[in-house]
Design a protein around this ligand. Structure first.
Ligand code: 5AD
Ligand code: SF4
Length: 488
């Protein structure tokens, strides 16, 4: 580190996010110095695995990179900086990362100046961080979910170390910082928005539920709600920039505010979001059935801006298995909740998550799952084979179900789910409904793609000027998971 850089570090503000903006500027200057005047900035490719939370985090990461002078690219094999934002909810998510990392080995050897970074849930697991460090020496930067806000500072540190230690091996100049828990929520980081008209908004981070199969509470930490004033200010700002649809994000949105006695409840937060001028549609994800209150159903019924889609993960239909999963509801409880929602809001589209092969699951338990699927008639369901996650209580359970039995149940479940989904998804054929136009239809020249309030896609002929707007579209025919329509 030269004298000037030491001075730079000493001058960094202590408070956040000012400190990170300071490092963003420091990176920007450094990159400018290294390039001929007027040349485009280095390229970056941010690869996201997993859920909407990760997608939202990647927008923050990309926002930081772009502000520091990087240009986004999708060319993973050529980018000057590649960052993997990882997921670890099931084992195959981990395998996916290692496959992608392996494929970068050669190009990194040919271009050692490229930066390879990994962050996200998988990096909150000590074993995985160890494995990356041992087997993938060409990874330059590792950080976790709790210190994402420090990305600019960590990247700056890496750039400095690289200059200092060019003679040393990559693994010695690697920057690794993983924190065991979140120390704060840092507001107002830069943001790179994917769509000008819709945006995900975090309302809480982490989870307190400890479902026995799930690794999320270990890698994302305890539930922390953002202040409602901050959430509402962010949404007002988004509305002023032209956003018409927001998706409120939390591992369990229904317990929003439970960690702070002074905070408003989730239904009240929804009411206030709906009052914001310019916001036309409000979605949220994900709802734990045990915390879904009558007040929430009431708000959904009353507020036309709240989309007619509820994702309500059931996980299993067997009361015994639900108990072993620590889900804290029964088969009957789940079904009566579905019944209550359907009777108050008949046009509500319900989707769910289901796990097959949880330890101890018998054929009878599985039949209960099929029974709930048939009774609840989900519009669609994400079906998962149980995946053993080290450190969770279920991983230590002895009665794991044999692979072939699980596979057979999985196939039967999929068949049932898909059959119902096919029957349900065409039920609005012939109606004219409001669509948020999201973009051109990839396959058809002169056509557009949009989304109904219940989240189903509609393709129809139309002018690109409609993108980002709400339009009335007549649904002419159902194609299973989408409709073909025409503008009214
Ligand atoms: N195995 C299989 N599926 C899982 N999920 C969470 N943990 C596991 C696991 N260990 C599923 C749940 C959850 C969704 C996001 O992922 O169904 O709702
Ligand atoms: Fe995992 Fe259960 Fe929390 Fe969902 S509610 S993130 S399944 S522990």
């Amino acid at each position: 580190m030269d004298k000037q850089e030491k001075e730079l570090l000493a001058l960094a503000p202590q408070e956040e996010p000012a400190r990170q903006y300071y490092f963003i500027e420091a990176i920007r200057r450094k990159l400018l110095e290294e390039r001929p005047a007027g040349a485009p900035g280095p390229s970056c490719c941010v690869v996201t695995f997993g859920c909407q939370m990760n997608a939202r985090d990647s927008e923050k990461i990309l926002g930081i990179l772009q502000k520091a002078g990087f240009q986004e690219t999708q060319q993973e094999q050529q980018a000057d900086l590649v960052l993997f934002n990882t997921c670890t909810v099931r084992e195959n998510a981990n395998e996916h990362l290692y496959g992608r990392l392996g494929r970068l080995k050669r190009s990194k050897k040919e271009h050692p100046e490229r930066i390879i970074a990994i962050c996200g849930c998988m990096m909150q697991e000590a074993d995985e961080v160890e494995k990356v460090q041992q087997k993938y020496p060409y990874v330059d930067l590792i950080f976790g979910t709790h210190n994402l806000y420090r990305f600019a500072e960590l990247l700056f540190e890496l750039l400095i170390r690289r200059e200092e230690e060019t003679a040393r091996r990559a693994r010695e100049r690697r920057v690794v910082e993983v924190l065991p828990a979140a120390d704060r929520i840092v507001e107002e980081l830069p943001n790179s928005r994917k769509y000008p008209f819709k945006q995900g908004v975090n309302i809480s981070f982490g989870c307190n539920n400890f479902c026995t199969y799930c690794i999320v509470p270990y890698v994302r930490g305890r539930e922390r709600s953002r202040r409602s004033d901050d959430i509402l200010a962010e949404i007002r700002q988004l509305a002023s920039e032209g956003v018409v649809e927001v998706m409120l994000l939390g591992q369990n949105v229904n317990s929003y505010g439970n960690d702070n006695p002074e905070e408003i409840s989730f239904p009240e937060l929804l009411r206030r979001v709906c009052r914001i001028d310019g916001i036309r549609r409000v979605r949220f994800m994900t709802s734990h059935p045990k915390d879904l209150s009558d007040e929430l159903i009431q708000v959904m019924a009353e507020e036309p801006k709240i989309c007619r889609h509820l994702h309500l993960p059931m996980q299993s239909g067997s009361t015994e298995i639900l108990k072993a999963m620590n889900r804290r509801y029964t088969k009957e409880g789940y079904l009566s909740l579905v019944e209550k929602i359907r009777s108050r809001i008949p046009d509500m589209s319900l989707t769910t998550d289901i796990i097959v092969g949880f330890p101890g699951e018998t054929e009878e338990d599985f039949q209960d799952t099929l029974d709930v699927v048939r009774k609840a008639r989900f519009d669609s369901a994400f079906t998962f084979i149980y995946s053993k996650r080290t450190g969770t209580p279920a991983a230590a359970m002895e009665n794991q179900v044999p692979e072939d039995v699980v596979k057979d149940r999985f196939d039967r479940l999929l068949q049932t789910v898909e059959g119902i989904s096919k029957e349900e998804s065409g039920r609005d054929t012939g109606k004219t409904l409001e669509v948020l136009v999201e973009g051109p239809d990839e396959g058809r020249e002169g056509w557009l793609t949009g989304r109904l309030s219940n989240n189903i896609l509609v393709h129809f002929p139309g002018d690109q000027a409609l993108i980002g707007k709400l339009a009335m579209v007549k649904l002419l025919s159902s194609k299973g998971f989408y409709y073909l329509g025409e503008l009214e």
